[in-house]
Design a protein. Structure first.
Length: 621
């Protein structure tokens, strides 16, 4: 158990947290949320022992093994696989000892090394490290690539893999989904749900938090409050808590006014003095419940495009890639009309970014043609867009590069709508946070009034409020949108249709994001037989209704089918009952009950997924 007792934390002159009293029990998977600057990363630093509490105590279990993701990756010559293995330093030392002994032909040392590796279950270590790399998107042919050869985003992934390889009782993950593709996020969720230690994760991805967490720790106004359930449950509980707080405040104000009126009227009368004194004491004892302060919501505007032609852009029989012998996509037929909202899906490395760059015109087609309307104006957010902002310059400077003849007042008014008000518009971006830089990059795109937005992972570094504001702005945008994003909440809100990029092909995908996640899980890992049937628990594509399948098959065992259908129906009914209880605000007053319901809900979802897959397997038999 991790316990905070009267805990306070300060960074410099600023008090981040105070009077924190709470306990995190073994096995909790806790999402740590709060606005930027609330103290999330500083709390992790305290858990790691890098900063001391300003007051109070933070107690960790004795000899607790803590793993976390390093913020920097040195330019190492070590192969990626070795770097990940080094996360388990004891095991890594044993592997190196074996290699050294073999190289020296010291057979006694070899025998000892073999014994040590057997004790540590080390003979599958490289396979486990390889699975971590594969799950996080590293193709097999990159496992021997030196760490120094990877770009910044890929080094972040290496740090995540190394942290997962580290034996731990407490795992701290700070924004682990940044720089991950959707397929890697889905894989990470599955891995974390199987993790048997205590997990604390900072994330601005609400779908990720919903799928992984059992508790939410909310940091707000210097306080920390623990909620039972995932992020959606937290939002429901917090909304109810704020509603009850406002009711209590209003009721208290009525009572205060009534008591004060009595005191003012009768305190000078001898016959009523005693009663007036009694009411003064009651007034002093009132709790002083604060009114709910409405937080200023983040709002952004995407200007109306100057022109909106019906057909904006099309690719006709296009082969796309990076030159001779590096063709990634073949015979792409892809058109964009005004109002289209397309989410691009596909495994890591399949060619989503290649398709976007070809649509932008950054890559010339290797074959076929790209046809753009003369009035096409593209707003392009690439994965490297934030890094391309010029150090030492201000937001105003960046806008002047785009429009040298525009008045400074117009720039200031525009930037104010993007939360760069006052002097912030003139400050160098060097000290801006990652979220502020991403917001500025989006503002620069909006300035040009595009009629087509091509967005490749636009939410990295954006907090939850900014992501919600972006989703709202994109939903109101009158132009066309093509988006690649690991944020399922955003891509699900914005996209009207999905296209899947895989195996050199770009094609419409007729399922939803859950169907896509199932398709990802069904794909064989490197080295597996690609012709082998997918595991029973996965669904490759949306399928016809059971009744239609039943008519088309003559191999189904009726008894097994009836039993499987009954199991699915029973689990659906139980899950619906559990969901209904979770939706009742009254249940959140009982922490033990809501904890049991959360565990039951998660278990029922897993059982239902397995039961549905088994039912589908019967139809496929």
């Amino acid at each position: 158990m991790i316990s905070f007792r009267n805990f306070a934390l300060r960074r410099g002159e600023r008090l981040l947290l105070s009077d924190v009293d709470l306990a995190l029990h073994a096995g909790y998977r806790v999402g740590v949320v709060g606005r930027n600057g609330a103290g999330k990363t500083s709390l992790f630093a305290a858990l790691l022992g890098d900063v001391e509490p300003d007051k109070g105590d933070l107690d960790l279990p004795g000899k607790a093994r803590i793993a976390s993701v390093a913020q920097e990756t040195p330019h190492l010559p070590d192969p990626a696989l070795d770097f990940v293995l080094s996360g388990d330093d004891v095991l890594h030392s044993a592997v190196r000892a074996e290699r050294d002994a073999m190289a020296a032909e010291d057979w006694e040392a070899v025998a000892e090394a073999h014994h040590n590796l057997a004790e540590l279950n080390g003979y599958d270590a490289e396979a486990r490290a390889g699975k971590l790399l594969h799950g996080l998107g590293f193709p097999a042919d990159t496992h021997d690539t030196p760490v120094a050869d990877f770009s910044g985003g890929w080094r972040v992934r290496l740090n995540v893999a190394r942290a997962l390889m580290t034996p731990s009782d407490l795992l701290l993950l700070d924004e682990p989904t940044n720089h991950l593709d959707l397929d890697a996020v889905v894989w990470l969720e599955d891995w974390l749900r199987r993790y048997d230690g205590t997990l604390l994760v900072i994330s601005h991805d609400r779908e990720f938090l919903d799928n992984v967490t059992t508790h939410i720790l909310h940091l707000h106004d210097g306080k920390a409050k623990l909620y039972v359930g995932n992020y959606t449950a937290f939002e429901r509980q917090r909304a109810e808590h704020l509603r009850q707080q406002q009711i209590a405040h209003e009721k208290e104000q009525v009572e205060r006014a009534h008591l004060q009126k009595f005191i003012d009227r009768f305190k000078a009368k001898a016959s009523k003095a005693k009663q007036a004194q009694s009411r003064m004491k009651r007034l002093a004892k009132l709790a002083g419940t604060e009114a709910v302060r409405v937080e200023r919501g983040v709002h952004i505007d995407l200007p109306v495009p100057a022109r909106m032609p019906n057909t904006l852009l099309s690719l006709r029989h296009v082969d796309a890639g990076y030159g001779e012998g590096a063709k990634i996509l073949s015979d792409v037929g892809f058109g964009l009309e005004a109002g289209d909202r397309i989410g691009l899906l596909g495994p890591n490395g399949a060619g989503k970014s290649t398709l976007v760059k070809t649509l932008v015109g950054e890559l010339e087609p290797m074959a076929g043609e790209r046809v753009a309307h003369p009035d096409l104006v593209i707003g392009y957010f690439a994965q490297h867009t934030v890094e391309s902002l010029v150090a030492g310059t201000s937001p105003i400077d960046h806008l002047k590069e785009l429009s040298p003849n525009t008045a400074t007042l117009d720039f200031r008014n525009f930037l104010g709508r993007w939360q760069f008000a006052g002097d912030r518009a003139f400050e160098p971006i060097d000290n801006f946070s990652g979220g502020e830089k991403a917001r500025l990059a989006l503002a620069l795109i909006a300035w040009r009034k595009p009629n087509l937005l091509l967005l490749d992972e636009p939410t990295n570094h954006l907090d939850l409020d900014m992501r919600e504001a972006l989703a709202e702005a994109l939903s109101d945008f009158e132009g066309a949108i093509v988006m690649v994003s690991h944020d399922r909440h955003l891509i699900g809100l914005v996209s009207d249709e999905y296209w899947r990029v895989h195996d050199g092909v770009v094609e419409p995908f007729n399922g939803d994001l859950d169907d896509y996640a199932a398709w990802l899980r069904s794909r064989p890992a490197p080295g597996e037989d690609k012709t082998a049937k997918a595991p029973a628990k996965t669904v490759v594509e949306p399928v016809a209704a059971p009744s239609a399948l039943k008519k088309s098959s003559n191999k189904i065992n009726p008894h097994k089918l009836e039993k499987a259908e009954a199991r699915v129906a029973r689990l659906e009914e139980k899950l619906a009952e559990c969901d209904a209880q979770m939706a009742d605000p009254a249940v959140y007053s009982d922490a033990d009950r809501i904890a049991d319901l959360g565990r039951t809900q998660m278990q029922l979802r897993e059982e239902l997924a397995t039961a549905e897959a088994e039912l589908l397997a019967l139809y496929d038999a």
